[in-house]
Design a protein around this ligand. Structure first.
Ligand code: ZN
Length: 91
């Protein structure tokens, strides 16, 4: 996840200075944060949505995608909240 996160910074953000959370980030929506973007990139890379749609449990995602429970829970929650994922097996 960490490596995928950093690759996200490299691909999404032009200058190293933009790859870190600005001090005044409280005032910007979460999706405009470079950290949020890198996390979303990493989640999407490691946990393909087509797999998430058919996953039978959070444990299956953790095991098959080699991510932490926190990463799996966070990514599936964000996709569910955005209306992109509807899988009753994931709670
Ligand atoms: Zn980062």
């Amino acid at each position: 996840m960490t490596l995928a996160h950093e690759v996200g910074h490299l691909l999404l953000h032009d200058a190293p200075g933009l790859a870190r959370k600005p001090k005044n980030s409280v005032d910007i929506p979460p999706y405009k944060s470079s950290e949020w973007q890198a996390n979303a990139f990493a989640g999407s890379l490691l946990m393909p949505i087509e797999f998430l749609k058919s996953a039978r449990s959070l444990r299956e995602i953790i095991d098959e995608c080699a991510v932490t429970e926190e990463a799996a829970a966070t990514h599936t929650r964000l996709l569910t909240q955005a209306g992109l994922l509807c899988n009753p097996c994931l709670g």
